[in-house]
Design a protein around this ligand. Structure first.
Ligand code: BGC
Ligand code: ZN
Length: 365
């Protein structure tokens, strides 16, 4: 079957002929892949900056944001039948007995660092015609999400991040009554930022997307269509942004570039929370005013945290919320997917030459 793979030691990637996986235990499910999304992580992997093939393999089949259709189930599978749609999780637990996170099924909080990730780290991914997966790692997706289900995985980042935000803000005595202040700034107008902004709007935040993207007029229309505001970094510096927004209760970083994040950090409001989701490439040190940042953490009760990957609960929340987004803002949700490419043309969007928000490899119909 066809699959897209990277050969890190030969510094090449492309479509290969990969053995078609077969069900090998009663708890497994075979999927025909429909859509596989491309994100910054994939672009880093095909630029040989990230990613590790499975032990003994010269190549890694990439792809971790996916939607598949069940075509065959092992005898012990109970939650899926042929024809159902499913999105697999990405991370698999380590086997270190003392890792309480993985032992409790929370490999997104793995302590040992010995976890694997399909399509990224030690396991082949989903950018292939067929995939076999254990039932326990699959999340059922309703048929209404056929066209946009590939956005489930990137939305899980916001789901996990914002669930933790609420946990942190339980520290405010008035939180229980829902009387928290609700002003959020999203850094970045890519898929993670826009899905995060939709989630924040849904949670009742007065949400502003702050972006550096040069051709921002379409982006502005898209952002306002789902009820958020848009501020372009060219027309307002971070201090002006803070004046426009007021006390910034939440910054949701989704730019993957540390410079913009640290420029905005001094404007995080009192009792505010700064959430990092990006994995920046190493662009060299920048100078930041650490005294001011440390003073603010303390004198303004601020919390800064990073969040990666996601739990099964976050996948379930993502699937439910995507359905809500689709009902409320159908055109905006569809417009997040800006390109669909056949697998033979996967190199074009992967090499970063194609613009747009979310590009998808449409493997099956
Ligand atoms: C994926 C996560 C993964 C992270 C780090 C992201 O693109 O969505 O599942 O944990 O990369 O490898
Ligand atoms: Zn990703």
């Amino acid at each position: 079957m066809k699959a897209v793979a990277v050969f890190p030691s030969e510094r090449r990637f492309g479509v290969i002929d990969h053995p078609e996986p077969q069900i090998a235990s009663p708890t497994q499910v075979r999927l025909r892949m429909l859509d596989v999304g491309i994100c910054g992580t994939d672009k880093e992997i095909v630029a040989f900056d990230y990613g590790t093939p499975p032990p003994g393999s010269p190549y890694l089949v990439i792809g971790h944001e996916s939607l598949g259709e069940v075509i065959e189930t092992g005898a012990a599978v109970t939650r899926f039948k042929p024809g159902d749609l499913a999105v697999p999780t990405v991370r698999r637990p380590c086997d270190v007995p003392s890792c309480i996170a993985c032992r409790e099924g929370r490999q997104d909080f793995c302590y040992s660092g010995c976890f694997t990730e399909r399509g990224i780290n030690g396991l082949h991914g989903f950018m292939a015609e067929f995939v076999v997966e254990e039932e326990c790692y699959l999340n059922p997706v309703p048929p209404a999400l056929r066209d946009v289900g590939v956005l489930v995985e990137p939305l899980t980042i916001a789901e996990k991040g914002i669930a933790q935000l609420w946990q942190v803000q339980q520290r405010l005595p008035w939180a229980e009554a829902g009387r928290n202040s609700h002003r959020a700034v999203v850094l970045g107008g890519g898929p993670v930022g826009l899905l995060g902004a939709m989630k924040l709007v849904r949670e009742g935040f007065d949400t502003t997307v702050y972006s550096r993207t040069p051709a921002a007029s379409d982006l502005q229309d898209l952002v306002t269509a789902f009820g958020a505001k848009f501020v372009h970094a060219e027309s307002a510096n971070p201090a002006q942004l803070a004046e426009i927004v007021g006390n910034i209760d939440v910054v949701y970083e989704a730019v993957g570039a540390s410079s913009l994040a640290f420029e905005v950090m001094p404007y995080l409001g009192t009792n505010g929370v700064f959430i990092f989701t990006g994995v920046p490439g190493r662009k060299g040190p920048i100078s930041v005013d650490t005294d001011t940042i440390m003073r603010d953490y303390v004198l303004k009760n601020q919390v800064i945290f990073g969040t990666v990957n996601a739990s099964f609960q976050s996948f379930a929340d993502s699937i439910a919320d995507l359905g809500v987004f689709l009902e409320r803002w159908p055109a905006a949700v569809h417009s997040l997917i800006t390109g669909r490419f056949p697998i033979d043309q996967a190199a074009d969007p992967l090499s970063g030459e194609v613009g747009g928000i979310k590009n998808v490899i449409a493997i099956g119909k």
